[in-house]
Design a protein. Structure first.
Length: 315
């Protein structure tokens, strides 16, 4: 038995975005959002994932999963496999756009309902150590949660490290499923008694897919690999270029520094040699002036010249 990778866009939508199997998404959302008691999602509708702009100049966006519960609250679930360095802004854009599109011209603002954004990331984006983090709009001073209509949850799969024997909660099981389903050959015993997981594994079983689904799944996987390779090549090229430029700059700086240091040392040495030569000439002149009145030993003591040097001056 071979399971598709739930992180693949096609597989993700087949598993979590099927209106005929929405109990899977309900279980998934309740676990991620930690809904309990009256907050538990009992039913929802999976709606169109296209956010069609009401204004021509606005951007059309296609979401992975978009659902709405009976209270009208909306849930956006996005799977992001590659780090494009803009996911935080995109999550804000998707959420605010879904919020705005709830309101028709004739409606009042009090009809607006809360929007939950869930971002599942196959890379690290945030500084927190935990794999799941919730983000709310809070009052800076009191930390009160007065603006309640936006809530963001980010899941960084790389930070989830539990193995099969460590799975305790439904959330643990969903995280392991997302991260490791493609490596499994059978449904683990930890999942056997949970209907939603059995259904999810069944949908992810590749040999049950038709040829068209498999073709698109493989095409998406190939496209993702090509894009990842392109990004890696771009990063490597930029790194190599940066290293090359850094080395060239370092060499040029080293040469310039060497020249400056050599010039400075040369000038210093020239000054020292000049001073030494000048001092020597002064000593010789003084000695010459003393030749007629002092003996060689006394002149040597007065000038610092050797007796031999003084004897040479007398000849």
């Amino acid at each position: 038995m071979q399971f598709a990778d739930p992180k693949n866009d096609v597989a993700f939508k087949k598993i979590f975005g099927d209106e005929q199997h929405k109990e899977i998404l309900i279980s998934f959302l309740n676990a991620i959002l930690d809904f309990k008691d009256d907050k538990v999602i009992a039913s929802l509708d999976i709606v169109s994932s296209s956010q069609v702009p009401k204004i021509e100049e606005m951007k059309l966006t296609i979401l992975d999963i978009k659902a709405k519960n009976k209270a009208g609250e909306e849930f956006i679930v996005e799977m992001q496999k590659r780090d494009l360095y803009d996911f935080t802004k995109r999550s804000l854009y998707y959420t605010s756009k879904a919020y705005v599109e709830q309101l028709d011209i004739s409606q009042n603002y009090n009809t607006l309902k809360k929007v939950y954004f869930i971002g599942i990331l196959n890379f690290n984006m945030l500084e927190n150590k935990e794999y799941i983090s919730r983000h709310l709009i809070l009052n800076k001073d009191t930390l009160s949660h007065d603006l309640k209509d936006f809530e963001f949850t980010f899941i960084e799969l790389n930070k989830f490290t539990k193995g099969l024997d460590d799975l305790e909660t439904i959330l643990d099981k969903w995280m392991f499923f997302l991260k490791n389903a493609t490596t499994l050959d059978f449904i683990p015993k930890q999942y056997e008694e949970i209907p939603e997981f059995n259904e999810a594994f069944l949908i992810a079983t590749r040999y049950k897919w038709n040829k068209e689904d498999m073709r698109v799944y493989d095409w998406v996987a190939m496209k993702e690999r090509d894009e990842e390779n392109a990004l890696r090549k771009a990063r490597d090229t930029a790194l190599a270029k940066g290293m090359e430029e850094g080395i060239a700059k370092g060499i040029a700086k080293g040469i310039a520094k060497g020249i400056a240091k050599g010039r400075e040392e040369g000038m210093e040495k020239g000054r020292e040699e000049g001073m030494e030569k000048g001092e020597q000439q002064a000593k010789i002149q003084i000695a010459k002036n003393l030749l007629d009145i002092l003996d060689n030993t006394t002149i040597s003591l007065k000038t610092g010249l050797s007796i031999k040097d003084i004897e040479n001056l007398r000849h």
